[in-house]
Design a protein around this ligand. Structure first.
Ligand code: GLA
Length: 682
């Protein structure tokens, strides 16, 4: 008992003191009795915004398609309508007695294709699971004792693996709670944001692409990316005539007119020592011999982008040290042009001048100045347009101005063009009106004729090839008509393979783990693009820290590197936190993406929620990712046979940059929820 309070009772006079003690004692008894009494808390009274699901939005007291919750003909007025695969974490801190619910596939599903299985985990242990339920199977009830459970997981799986029609209801779902505790919903269990990448050493280390392609006569720009203490000086042996190196900045510029391959040795030196690395320059028809690495404005700023923000991003790419790891491109996405949909005066104005030249909006007063500024930092500049009359955001596109726009991009000095289908759908379907303010396009993203789907990309591809500078050509049409099979034939250097990514586990993992069919088509000069990175502060104009957990972010970066994907950071670079920076500056991980062999990883083993990916590297080793898509930590074993290897092999942990010794036949590791173990094996 608190000794400071005790004397106060002592001081109370006679009877008044007794009464006070009796009243206080009674109150304490009442409170204690009240606290231990169970209270019913309904699941639908908690914040359901924390539900992760593969399709649609979670609904309070309604089905996922917003009908009354109905199971086997019975209508429920309370509960959660979700869609498999679905997860919801609930923090209970040992204060729950039980959870009960009636579950099933909602009657709104007419097709018999749905398959779901409801599961309840307490602190990573399976406490209960339903039968595998199909549409029309009616409901199953559960009542689960939760004594001592800290974190509860309510999960709906689709055992068929195909989530079609998996409309799942947790009807009449409630907790019996003790101690007056109110459960708190979470989108993921708390996770420590572990910093894994060791800090760069003071001695120089040369990073980034070890090969660059250039076309004869095009301006050449390559900045030697190197970590280590400054000041640092740079030199190069066997640099071909036509190129020169600035020893203070490490920038190699000039032009080469002779076709050929040049082997150069780069050297970086500071007071701690020096390091060298070989660098290959290929003068020929191909550029982008490794996937591009850089930044794009869309995932953070979307329609709120401006010249100032792009310049700040370019400066931050250098000041943060990211450029020293090979991050190079600074790409403006949609909304640098004038827009027909908005009333925002900074986006309203002429789409083109009297000669048909595209006009930037008031937020981009000097396009050439912007590209020059980006180049002055040793970086490269990118731009965005659409083959249709309008971009996806409703800005002026390149339709019927393709040659003029390509020439303009080159004259301004841009090095990259993302070309986004969107309103071309209307052109393809013959629906475009001649007046610029008329079209309100409805994109079905579904043109089912490859000749039609590829035509506008070929038009722009040829226009870009006619320019006196190399412009990386990024096709954005969401994977229509298996673009990976023909993207290279229309001059594409990369092509999006899916729809847009967002910063959720379901979006990132669905996109990332479905790339196998396109993998054989990736290679030096032409890459599959599973969309931009969603780490750091993202938000499409409304910034928030990524909703991916730290382990999910390790999975994202590891997987994109294994996939030889273009790596375009999507966050606000002026607000980088130490975790995000650390995630983006692991040279051994980035080297997997930039490997000069240019092979894309594929799945070598898959069971349940476990995936093993392997990517052959140019030095004869393999980069291997062991992924756990499940909700609990899992031991995953990779055998050398699965990798096409045998014997006693070296294993190196790439995130920790640490050798793990030599291992015979296999290697086993525990991989956290939604996490990865990324190795090099040789
Ligand atoms: C599409 C693309 C995105 C982005 C926007 C811009 O959705 O897929 O990456 O470029 O358009 O409007």
């Amino acid at each position: 008992m608190n000794s400071k309070i005790l004397p106060r009772f002592k001081c109370l006079p006679g009877r008044a003191g007794q009464w006070t003690l009796m009243i206080t004692g009674g109150l304490l008894f009442f409170l204690a009795a009240g606290a231990s009494k169970a209270a019913t808390i309904w699941l639908d009274d908690l914040d359901l915004g924390a539900v992760n699901q593969s399709w649609g939005d979670p609904h309070k007291n309604r089905s996922v398609e917003d009908h009354p919750l109905t199971l086997g003909g019975q209508v429920f007025d309370r509960g959660l309508g979700t869609h498999a695969e679905s997860t919801l974490y609930v923090r209970l801190e040992g204060n729950a007695k039980s959870f009960s619910a009636t579950v099933g596939v909602d009657d709104e599903v007419q097709s018999n294709a749905a398959t779901v299985q409801f599961q309840i985990y307490g602190d990573n242990h399976l406490l209960w699971q339903s039968r595998v339920l199909h549409s029309g199977d009616g409901a199953q009830t559960c009542n689960v004792v939760l004594k001592g459970v800290q974190i509860l997981l309510l999960k709906v799986d689709d055992p068929s693996g195909d989530i079609s029609f998996a409309h799942a209801d947790w009807a009449a779902a409630s907790f019996e709670m003790a101690n007056g505790f109110r459960p708190v919903t979470l989108s993921s269990p708390d996770e420590v944001a572990q910093i894994l990448t060791p800090a760069p050493r003071a001695k120089p280390r040369i990073n980034g692409a070890a090969i660059q392609g250039v076309r004869p006569g095009s301006p050449f720009l390559y900045t030697i990316a190197a970590t280590g203490e400054r000041p640092m000086t740079f030199s190069a042996k066997h640099l071909p005539d036509g190129l020169s190196l600035d020893p203070l900045t490490g920038r190699i510029t000039g032009t080469l007119n002779q076709l050929g391959t040049y082997q150069v040795t780069l050297k970086a030196k500071n007071r701690r020592g020096s390091s060298t690395r070989s660098f290959t320059i290929v003068v020929g028809s191909q550029i982008a011999l490794t996937p591009p690495m850089g930044w794009n404005s869309w995932n953070c700023f979307a329609g709120a982008v401006s010249e100032d923000k792009v310049k700040a991003a370019a400066k931050a790419l250098v000041d943060s040290g990211l450029a020293d790891h090979g991050w190079t491109y600074v790409n403006v996405d949609d909304f640098w042009q004038n827009n027909y949909r908005t009333k925002d005066p900074t986006l309203r104005g002429p789409y083109r001048d009297a000669q048909g030249n595209i006009q930037p909006n008031a937020r981009f007063p000097d396009m050439k100045g912007l590209a020059d500024y980006i180049h002055s930092l040793g970086l490269k500049a990118g731009l965005y347009s659409s083959p249709g009359p309008w971009t996806c955001g409703g800005c002026a596109g390149s339709w019927r101005h393709e040659a003029q726009d390509a020439a303009q991009d080159a004259a301004w000095g841009f090095d990259y063009l993302k070309y986004d289908w969107c309103s071309y759908e209307d052109v393809a379907q013959g629906k475009v009106h001649s007046s610029p303010d008329l079209p309100t396009w409805q994109s079905s993203h579904g043109t089912n004729d490859t000749a039609v789907a590829s035509y506008p990309y070929n038009v722009m591809g040829l226009c870009l090839r006619a320019q006196p500078r190399d412009i990386f050509y990024s096709l954005c049409q969401y994977g229509m008509r298996d673009v990976w099979k023909w993207g290279e034939s229309v001059q594409g250097n990369a092509w999006r393979t899916t729809g847009d990514i967002n910063d959720s586990w379901s979006s990132m993992s669905r996109i990332g783990f479905s790339q196998d069919p396109a993998a054989p088509y990736a290679g030096p000069g032409h890459w599959n693009d599973p969309d931009m990175l969603v780490v750091g502060k993202v938000g499409w104009g409304h910034l928030h820290p990524t909703r991916l957990t730290p382990n999910e972010q390790y999975t994202h970066i590891s997987l994109w590197c294994l996939l030889s994907a273009p790596l375009l950071i999507g966050c606000d670079l002026t607000q980088l936190d130490p975790f995000t920076l650390n995630l983006l500056e692991n040279d051994e991980v980035l080297a997997v993406d930039q490997d000069i062999l240019g092979r894309e990883a594929t799945t070598v083993w898959k069971e349940g929620t476990e995936r093993i990916y392997a990517k052959p590297l140019s030095d004869g080793s393999k980069a291997v990712g062991l992924f756990n898509l499940g909700e609990t930590p899992t031991q995953i074993k990779v055998t050398w046979t699965e990798l096409g290897l045998k014997g006693k092999l070296h294993v190196r942990d790439l995130w920790r940059q640490k050798d793990l010794g030599r291992h015979k036949d296999s290697y086993t590791v525990t991989v956290p929820r939604h996490g990865v173990a990324l190795f090099k094996v040789w």
